[in-house]
Design a protein around this ligand. Structure first.
Ligand code: ADP
Ligand code: MG
Length: 369
């Protein structure tokens, strides 16, 4: 199990339209995954993550576009010849086979010799800390252990990349976190490319070198966790990754007119509909005397104690809701209290307004209030 640094995977203008469907499940996806990188495909359910992964794996036909593996077009390469390991959410172990036999399966398929199989299976089980459990049936293993067997089976044939589709989705929170660490360690030890699918933003932020954010079949942004958090390019990315305060309005001459207040923001010089995104940790409670600061009046609607900080939920006087991450230990605010909230004019990020907030209300009048 000593591969040579992992595969570089590239999709070019990749599209998938399922038979009988009018809307593409994956729409013009351009994505370059560097050799050895931990790339996460992140997005809500139905956004095209699994379809993309399955096209890379070869389980799903490509409608148009290209997939390159180390610069070679793999359109005509069958799945088992792509040399990619795959792990699914539901383990997909053979129930009548022991853990060791499950792990041996890909090697038998590849006609590896008996002695070599025994050696590599032992090594793979050791790698996932299941050296003692080779003789057990899947039914005799916990969910976390079964997923470790699936991981061992996926890497035993020394693939150049490992594709993981929501591998921790079926596990409870504690177990999920411990397996996250395990997967991170595996990535470092194996040194191969990982493509990891999840809808869980915290999981993505914790594990990834870079994240590709999927939204309705399109890749909306690709970047490091930091880049996505600090400089989201869209309303969707800003609200999907982490908590945000979003003020929609019209930009003109460095000022955003929300219809109920005027806000300053660096970069608001360009005229047009925009959304100003400000992270909760950038807001401060109280008045500000700093020049260029934004100050709004609000009412505290809820306070959630989180240990090291409080999440203070507010309704601004214009009706927009927001939240503040309050780390001060003195003079905590109370529910119903009238407060002032301020933030520096350069603390927010301006993104094109895509009308998400408005659409959501319009599309679901029953649940809107
Ligand atoms: P995700 O993994 O992000 O939840 P998927 O790739 O599974 O998303 O699905 C993307 C879109 O394609 C969804 O609208 C889904 O309903 C549709 N879809 C997925 N698989 C099939 C299929 N086998 N046949 C038809 N439509 C499908
Ligand atoms: Mg999926």
């Amino acid at each position: 199990m000593q591969p040579d640094g992992g595969a570089r995977i590239e999709t070019r203008d990749l599209c998938k339209v399922y038979r009988g469907s009018s809307r593409p499940a994956v729409d013009a996806a351009d994505l370059t995954i560097e050799a050895g990188e931990f790339m996460t495909l992140l997005g809500p359910s139905g956004s095209g993550k699994t379809t993309t992964l399955n096209m890379i794996a070869g389980f799903e036909d490509v409608t148009s576009g290209q997939i390159l593996l180390d610069d070679a077009d793999i359109a005509r390469v069958p799945p088992h010849r792509r040399n990619l390991g795959m792990v699914f959410q539901n383990y997909a172990l053979f129930p009548h086979m022991t853990a060791a036999d499950n792990v041996a399966f890909p090697l038998r398929q590849r006609k590896v010799g008996k002695k070599e199989i025994a050696r590599r299976v032992a090594e793979a089980l050791e790698l996932v800390h299941l050296g003692e459990h080779g003789n057990r049936l899947p039914s005799q293993l916990s969910g976390g252990q079964q997923q470790r067997v699936a991981l061992a089976r996926a890497v035993v044939f020394a693939p150049r990349a490992l594709l993981l589709d929501e591998p921790l989705g079926a596990l409870d929170k504690k177990l999920r976190e411990s397996l996250q660490l395990e997967i991170s360690r595996l990535h470092k030890e194996l040194g191969i490319t990982f493509v990891f699918v999840t809808h869980d933003q915290e999981e993505a932020l914790a594990l990834s070198d870079r994240i590709a954010v999927f939204h309705e079949g399109r890749i909306e942004q690709v970047g490091t966790p930091d880049e996505l958090y600090e400089t989201p390019v869209s309303h969707f990315v800003a609200t999907f990754l982490g908590d945000s305060n979003v003020f929609t309005g019209h930009a003109r001459d460095g000022i955003i007119d929300t219809g109920w207040c005027e806000l300053r923001s660096a970069g608001a010089a360009q005229a047009g509909p925009v959304a100003l995104v400000v992270r909760p940790e950038r807001l401060r409670i109280g008045a500000s005397s700093e020049p260029g600061a934004n100050v709004l009046s609000a009412t505290v609607t809820d306070i959630v104690y989180q240990g090291a900080f409080r999440r203070v939920f507010v309704e601004f006087d214009g009706g927009t809701t927001g939240q503040i991450r309050d780390t001060t230990s003195t003079a905590p605010v109370t529910t119903g209290q009238r407060i002032e909230v301020h933030w520096p004019g350069d603390a927010g990020v301006l993104v094109p307004s895509d009308g998400v907030a408005e659409t959501r209300v319009a599309a679901s009048p029953v649940t809107a209030r």
